[in-house]
Design a protein around this ligand. Sequence first.
Ligand code: B12
Ligand code: SF4
Ligand code: SF4
Length: 385
Amino acid sequence: MTLPFTESQLAELAAAIKEWGRELGFQQLGVARIDLGEHEAHLLDWLAAGFHGTMTYMARHGTRRARPAELVPGTVRVISARMDYWPPQSAEPWRVLRDPERAYLSRYALGRDYHKVMRRRLQRLVERIIAAVGPLGYRVFSDSAPVLEKALAQRAGLGWIGKHSNLLDRRAGSWFFLGEIYLDIPLPADAPATGHCGRCAACLDVCPTRAIVAPYRVDARRCISYHTIELQGSIPLEFRRAMGNRIYGCDDCQLVCPWNRFARPAAEPDFRVRHGLDAPDLIALFGWEEPDFLRHTEGSAIRRIGHERWLRNLAVALGNAPPSARAVDALQARAAHPSAVVAEHVAWALDEQAEKRDRRARGDPVQTPVLDGAGAADRRLSPPR
Ligand code: B12
Ligand code: SF4
Ligand code: SF4
């Protein structure tokens, strides 16, 4: 920062930044101090418990994740920004989750990759600040560095961390992304948000894999989002049936959250559904060769998992689908896939299909895990409209 500011100038600047942020498409901005209090201890406990699994990047940076000035020297405030992503006019999520012949992809991933959208928009906001006050020290982030984004957003007044560990707000629900500007200007900080989960435990009850091991504590090694997106290699057998038809991420803990009644669909055109991925046919997706996968996921966050993990996840969902000759044919066509991981998941899926076919032949009930859904459908809420 080059210019000294009076307190009233700083307050005016903070108000102007929030206005410019709204003009740039953010739904809310807040200013946080950089002391993250008890969040650092929670982060260290979470790492010590091994909950990060194979996400070694979570442990690599130690306390820098919870101490903004250690990551970007000179930082005294953090602007936290929220952008809503619920895709407008998308298929009803519970209908897709209950249809085992369709694939369910997390609603955050149906439009353009948010990492790029958020960072570009934050950079434009910084340019407006620089135009107003001159050169300053800053860096912008959105899920792109060792930053404790939810803790900073809570400190900036954007919402509280719910028992499912996502950030949520009483007027906005939780269907939004977060991004930050680390800044060397001592803007007046907003009041931190307080919690409103109360006695609700809907997210803990609904989680298909019991990944929310205690309120506010998610063991990533049990989370379907981790298995389908972050984990390379083989998905542990104990979680495969519970995955149902979730092939990219998982939304269940947010779908049941009562505060999401107040969420609004995204205003951002970049978050509209692309290529009909809100309710696609499982077998059609499994038939995509790598060039098809790359073409259909261009500019999307889904591309980051690559074709091999895509097929792996789809194989699990096909193993969970009702027994059918169509599913078996599709799986058999990939049985000798050059990837050992894909081949192993295909073999598992063929065994599951055979077991269900035999049960049906014996007249025993054939229940698919997607329909079990830990009772989710009984508590379902309407998506944003
Ligand atoms: C690692 C990671 C994951 C991992 C681990 C999740 C997790 N809970 O940490 C996995 C792969 C599982 C994951 C999944 C998802 N993620 Co994610 N993820 C991240 C990432 C990179 C880091 C999160 C982190 O710091 N974890 C560390 C642990 C310690 O944090 P925590 O679990 O939140 O714990 C905090 C509190 O719960 C509390 N706490 C912990 N223990 C205790 C105990 C007590 C008693 C108390 C009171 C409090 C408390 O303090 C901790 C520190 O603040 C962030 C981006 C970023 N850089 O921040 C995105 C981010 C959190 N993810 C995001 C999203 C959208 C998702 C998914 C919804 C995607 C999907 N649909 O599949 C799911 C949700 C799953 C879930 N229930 O959490 C968004 C969340 C937006 C929001 N509204 O909150 C983020 C912020 C990315 C972004 N820029 O928008 N994610
Ligand atoms: S994202 Fe799914 S698996 Fe992960 S904690 Fe939420 S409900 Fe459980
Ligand atoms: S479902 Fe209930 S407990 Fe979970 S985050 Fe929402 S309000 Fe909190």
